[in-house]
Design a protein around this ligand. Sequence first.
Ligand code: BDP
Length: 722
Amino acid sequence: MRLAAWPPLIVLVLASLLTFAVSDPAAAEDGYELWLRYRPVEEGAVRPYRAAATGLLPAGDTPTIRAVTTELARGLSGLTGRAVGIVERPGAGTIVYGTPASSPLIAGLDLPLEGLGEEGYLIRSVRLEGRTVTVIAANRDIGVLYGAFDLLRRIQTRQPVADLDLRSAPAVKLRLLNHWDNLDRTVERGYAGQSIWDWHRLPDFTPRLYTDYARANASIGINGAVLNNVNTNALSLTAPYIAKAAALADVFRPWGIRVYLSVRFSAPMEIGGLPTADPLDPRVREWWTAKADEVYAAIPDFGGFLVKANSEGQPGPQDYGRSHADGANMLAEALAPHGGVVMWRAFVYSHENPEDRHKQAGAEFEPLDGRFLPNVIVQVKNGAIDFQPREPFHPLFGAMSKTPLMMEFQITKEYLGFATHLAYLGPLYEEVLQSDTHRPGRGSSVARIVDGRAFGHALTGMAGVANIGSDRNWSGSHFDQANWYVFGRMAWDPEGTRARPIAGEWARMTFSNDARFVEPVVAMMMGSREAVVDYMTPLGLHHLMATGHHYGPGPWVSDLSRPEWNPVYYHRADAQGIGFDRTESGSNAVAQYAPEVAAGFADLSRVDERYLLWFHHLPWDHRMRSGRTLWDEMVLTYDRGVTTVGGMRGTWASMQPYVDDQRFDEVSAFLSIQQKEARWWRDASVAYFRTLSSRPLPAGSPEPEHSLDHYRALSFPEAPGN
Ligand code: BDP
């Protein structure tokens, strides 16, 4: 087919691609392309891919199908080093894609599309008019797009693409990023620059960046974005901001990304002029109904509202003596006629409540089970405290059988060293999702609660607090892109997805397919989060970070107004011992779990020592399974964390031959920051805890570099994300 007959966009894309079809490992890369780099397959391996991707035969001409065509042309041309464009008839190696509704060709193949739902897809090698072609088929266009990204990923990771017969459909319905982005472009807990939403220049200016954002998300199956911070500003619901959100929704739509907004419960007062926001007041209810109508008039496929209410000073229904269910249901009624959902967060705790913070969300929400309208889903953080480097799964998972619960993970690393520390979060997500809640019975993993199978819910979801900002590499560091990536891949199939293969896939696409690169780097990634746990919060310790910004250690902090804001509240260390007794003799938070799970945590002879001090207060000389005392083990675990980071630096240093200079240097620099800060965490923590334990450091363990006073005096008033 003549080039001139191709849609101009494709010609443009191809032209730009072919200019750098030859890859040069030394050439600078800034990370903007993420895992969608599409660099040429090695000469020795490219033949089968060329044979399987000779031309494109789209069916239908919707914006999504056009996006598929652009993506396949770009990806396949880049990967095979040959221009792959639209053809008019199927030939050997043509890729045929569309829905049965849009294509008689695909309808004629009579493919088993039932059970794939609206977003699933099927990829098959079939004979068509005597030629072998690859078909990507789905019930809806968006499924075709997901299938196209799957096919590209197979080539990017050098898997075979002949004789394909595969199908995939998401196990979870809402797969969302939560942006904690403010209207002034600051990002709460953001470490990647400013917000990418340039509210001031919206709606008229929608840079290419927004399309690339949607495209990257679609490539990993993410299908929605909550644009604004949960600590929200009522202005987001005014007409000018609705128009801005609508402009983003227009850009995102072809990529299957719906827009959602965080809403402020008191908005009817702040922007609606009402004297109250009481959810049972008819004026308030009317206001929300009208507001929902207004939003849907501008954004017909708007997803719904996310709400943080009566938590950390946010307004909510309890301000009027009403319950969380009253508040959520009022919003749900306003959204229901339009098909919208309410995601009501369970992250609540109160300083007036002397109860263990661990127990407060459960106490608040469990009694409301069954009282929420069907379009309400309760959004629960992975653990009961707050996105710590390691937390046991949140006891609400499994405890509310009549209410759909969605998972909230943090992708941004508020508590894991910001963007500078390399910590791959796949193992954290996997550990939580694979935990057995024993509800309704054995084998009910958190993943099965989240995907709805445990209790038979159709409304399901998984949210990740985004780590995206205006930095050229999106996430603030190259390796933090992997956390965005793995979040999306796990949200597609929480039960079946594992962290290790996803790390491999990401490393191949983002850097190199060379086994000498992939193996050590995957091993480094897989151990990286554990290293952070070791040097920050070993053996179940938690929330020991410095005040406010959470940058660096602050285990000594005891002067904050709310008891549960102080690290000393969590570690409870004194001359006798350390740890939070959450067994029957203490707060009894273990009782919030199913009896089997509770026993596993409460019984000292059974508890996984990685959770030891989360659930137990123990004497410094408590005998660990290693035979060492608790004190010695704790110090040695801190040490191990620091040592691991040293090893990571070494690993990375030997990766230079496989990585472009720019990214190599940036990762190296961050690893050296991480090593310095790991040492700081370890030294400061050991210097502090030894004043309580009054025990010597175990043999071979180095003296902290500075005095405790030195660490206590450090201050970082301008640390980011606060
Ligand atoms: C904590 C963050 C805070 C958030 C809060 C939340 O420190 O910035 O507003 O969670 O999730 O982790 O609402």
